[in-house]
Design a binder for this molecule. Structure first.
Ligand SMILES: [Zn+2]
Length: 374
């Protein structure tokens, strides 16, 4: 996300604050300072200071909620990339998804549980400590804020925590994670439309329920829920497919012991794919290097019969390999995560089946979609 300031790290997790959060800090300080000043006129300018304290405690409450998600994820062995606070709350960015629906459930519910616990704690402090005056007002506010955080986040639509809980439940029932995402993303989009609708009605003065914030939050939900929905569709299409299915037909592979002349005649000339690099394999079908078609230009064509591909090849260091049986969904995640242009697909005897690229996956999905329509 753009506009994030690194504040430090907490329990080894990098912690960022989005610049939009300072808008919230300012608004809450101003709004609450004004309210306190009105209720307790004797405070004078100190009311603003209390407003700032309340805003910072709101900040701490959101942070505690995100740490709740993060700790459960860490316990499941999932690294937490970062925690970011932004305009609409917080976000704990996890390296990967939980492996099972029950683990996903606990990661999702942990944040709201922390918020509910804080609500209980502040309520208990308010009741049993016999607080009065502005301190009591702030403790009351914090109890209310944490209750609101828990309640809002438990709405059962993605990208909210409740949406992740719903996803985990549907995943558990159907055995298919993408079914869970699809259902929870639809509820998320529905909630988004409700928010946008209520927000618009209130902005035009037709309804007293909602505000500009309802409109903005609704819009935020719509955007994100839709993105989850698309991801679920891709996951559904990829399910059941393996790396071997997306191997490019006629991948650029050449044996090491043929001459450059044979290489040019039988592989390069007239090849519509126009590959600039070919993988070089030995007699056993194992990858031993790669050869660039440009490298042949340095050799006089008269010598092409006498020189073997093996002599011009370079070590194939940049290429990552993947097992042909690996689920295609994991392959896509790997390509995305490592920003790889292509992968070499190997069978169980480490023989090369061919290359796999993002475009070959897209072509495979298109072909399957057309086959379904036909
Ligand atoms: Zn949460």
């Amino acid at each position: 996300m753009n506009g994030n300031l690194r504040v430090g790290s907490l329990f080894g997790i990098p912690f960022y604050v989005n610049v939009s959060w300072f808008v919230v800090l300012g608004l809450v300080t101003w709004d609450y300072g004004q309210q306190l000043g009105f209720v307790f006129p004797q405070l004078g300018g100190v009311a603003w200071l209390f407003g700032l304290v309340a805003a910072l405690m709101l900040f701490a409450s959101v942070l505690a909620h995100e740490l709740g998600h993060s700790f459960v994820a860490l316990r499941q062995g999932i690294p937490v990339n970062s925690i970011t606070l932004f305009l609409f709350g917080g976000l704990a960015s996890l390296e990967e998804e939980s492996k099972t629906p029950s683990e996903a459930f606990w990661v999702a519910i942990a944040g709201p549980l922390v918020s509910l616990f804080l609500f209980g704690a502040f309520t208990a402090i308010h009741i049993f400590a016999g607080l009065t005056g502005p301190i009591a007002a702030i403790v009351n506010l914090l109890a209310a804020i944490n209750l609101a955080l828990a309640a809002f986040n438990l709405l059962p639509g993605l990208p909210l925590d409740g949406g992740n809980v719903l996803k985990a439940l549907v995943w558990k029932m159907t055995g298919k994670p993408y079914k869970g995402i699809a259902v929870a993303s639809q509820v998320g989009q529905f909630l988004g439309w409700v928010g946008v609708g209520l927000g618009l009605l209130s902005v035009f003065g037709i309804s007293h329920v909602g505000s500009v914030w309802t409109l903005l939050v609704g819009w935020f939900l719509l955007q994100n829920a839709g993105r989850y929905g698309q991801a679920a569709m891709v996951q559904e299409q990829l399910s059941g497919l393996k790396a071997a299915d997306a191997v490019i037909p006629n991948s650029p592979i050449v044996p090491a012991d043929i001459s450059l002349r044979e290489f040019a005649n039988n592989y390069v000339i007239g090849n519509p794919a126009n590959w600039r690099n070919y993988l070089v394999i030995d007699e056993a079908g194992q990858l031993i290097g790669e050869i660039a078609t440009d490298a042949m230009k340095k050799v006089p064509t008269n010598d092409w019969w006498d020189i073997q591909v093996r002599e011009l090849m370079q070590p194939a260091t940049k290429l990552e390999t993947v097992d042909s049986e690996k689920p295609l969904l994991e392959v896509v995640n790997l390509l995305e995560r490592e920003q790889l242009p292509a992968l070499v697909v190997l069978n169980d005897r480490k023989m090369i089946l061919g290359l796999l690229e993002k475009t070959s996956i897209i072509q495979l999905l298109q072909k399957r979609a057309q086959a379904r329509l036909a």
